[in-house]
Design a protein around this ligand. Structure first.
Ligand SMILES: *Cc1c(COP(=O)(O)O)cnc(C)c1O
Length: 457
């Protein structure tokens, strides 16, 4: 065998694969926080761009050597920070192919392979989440942009119904849109409204779990006589609670308002008969936002925007709107803000194909069961109180005072076995636990409670 025959023609890919394997094989047992802080890691990257480049395989080695000590093991089954999912095997493999194939997923006729996979993923999502079968679906970077997408469709639709063409005339001089949201909506809703030129929402009081007060919402809606949008929430980041949907959606529609639901992680309750009561009536809204990189455990990044009326979607995002509204099948770029983008819906297809509807049900119910198990275990610790009703995947725990809560959290982070995140809710310091990983099991629940016990002791 000559030397060239034996040489690896793709040493950079082999190196990346070997490092990926090593990372994935160890990620469940390594300490969860990064071992160096941001300033230390920054020093590992050269200040000045070298004049001469480096061979691809060496670039991979340099990158791993510099960045890996700054990686957080967010794929660990005992990672509970913010709301971050892990990575299902099939979706990671599909994501690698998406990069290797390097298709621009914006145009159906140009890249039909990945567009058909995304269309299939969209169809399955609508079935799974009980949303209208003919709704328009767009794959975005995350729920922030999915909120933006749904709210953009809503903005243009409510203005159109008041005789105003936003695409043509812009917002200056348009009838004012009243945007109404619950006090405990996610901050990304405010960001999306800001990008859309709609300003801050009018806030309706929420109850102790963060659910919008339907009677108060009705009162506000009684005063609406122009274009309006109501933002509801499926899954509060602290309590996991769901807004009521049936009466708020009926009231909003009586007032001629568009209803958007932010269900970044909560929309997935619809995939479980056991959890479905949480989302009763939700399918009657006009648009929905969710993430695939949270509950569904596809790699970053992927969000999903769903708009019940496909015409409203293309009115907001169609490049040749008038002509395309009547076209049989719009292009994917007419469902999202981007023209060119990666085929991020393909890993969603792979995740759903690997799980099946039963697997998704087990995934979501497993997360909820783990949350209940952790809450029960923590509630038995001295001085601990569970601050929320654990109806879904979120647990908020506090100890006798803020100082103790902070001390417990600091010890947990230093030990690295579990990784919740801090917050303030209902006027006190809390430790937030978001069960969002496909691998979190009974053993992790026990190890989590034991880690809290050590941190408290
Ligand atoms: C995470 C989250 C968002 C924002 O999603 P990104 O994917 O981070 O853009 C919006 N709403 C809720 C309720 C969330 O949990």
């Amino acid at each position: 065998m000559t030397r060239s025959e034996g040489a690896d023609p793709r040493p950079e890919l082999s190196a990346a694969f070997a490092h990926a394997r090593r990372w994935l094989d160890g990620v469940a047992e390594r300490p969860i926080p990064a071992s160096r802080d941001a300033a230390q890691i920054a020093e590992a990257f050269p200040e000045r761009l070298p004049a001469r480049g480096t061979a691809p395989a060496e670039v991979v080695e340099d990158l791993v050597a510099a960045a890996e000590p700054g990686l957080m093991a967010s794929q660990s089954p005992r990672f509970y920070g913010w709301v971050m999912g892990g990575t299902l095997p099939a979706s990671l493999a599909a994501d690698w192919l998406v990069s290797a194939w390097d298709q621009n997923a914006g145009m159906r006729d140009a890249t039909p392979g990945v567009v058909a996979a995304e269309d299939a993923a969209a169809r399955w999502l609508l079935q799974l989440l009980g949303l209208p079968a003919d709704a328009a679906v767009g794959f975005t970077t995350g729920a922030t942009m999915a909120n933006f997408t749904g709210l953009a469709a809503g903005r243009d639709a409510v203005l159109a119904s008041h005789g105003w063409d936003t695409a043509h005339d812009g917002l200056a001089g348009a009838p004012r849109i009243r945007v109404i949201a619950g006090q405990e909506r996610h901050s990304s809703v405010d960001m999306a409204l800001r990008y859309l030129g709609l300003g801050e929402p009018e806030l309706v009081p929420s109850d102790a779990q963060g659910r919008i007060d339907p009677a108060a919402l009705r009162e506000v809606l009684a005063g609406v006589d122009g274009p309006a949008i109501v933002c509801l929430q499926a899954g509060n980041v602290h309590s996991g609670a769901f807004d009521p949907f049936e009466d708020p959606i009926a009231a909003a529609h009586e007032a001629g308002a568009w209803v958007h639901v932010d269900g970044a992680f909560g929309l997935w309750a619809a995939a479980s008969p056991e959890l479905h009561p949480l989302v009763a009536g939700m399918a009657g809204a006009d648009s929905w936002a969710t993430d695939a990189h949270k509950t569904l455990n596809v790699p970053y990044d992927c969000g999903v925007a769903v708009v019940a009326d496909p015409v409203a979607m293309t009115r907001a995002f169609g490049h040749r709107a008038e002509y395309l509204i009547d076209a049989a099948v719009p292009d994917p770029h007419e469902h999202v803000p981007e023209l060119s983008r990666r085929a991020r819906g393909v890993p969603v297809w792979a995740a759903l194909a690997s799980l099946g509807s039963e697997g998704v049900r087990e995934l979501v119910e497993g997360m909820a069961a783990a949350a209940r198990g952790i809450a029960a275990g923590l509630a038995a610790l001295p001085g601990a109180s569970i601050v929320n009703d654990v109806v879904y995947t979120q647990v908020c725990v506090a100890f006798e005072d803020d100082a103790t809560t902070t001390r417990v959290l600091e010890r947990l982070l230093a030990e690295g076995e579990v990784r919740p995140s801090p917050s303030r809710w209902a006027g006190r310091g809390i430790i937030r636990i978001s069960v969002s990983n496909w691998q979190t099991g009974e053993d992790d629940v026990a190890r989590t409670v034991a880690a809290f016990e050590r941190a408290l002791g």
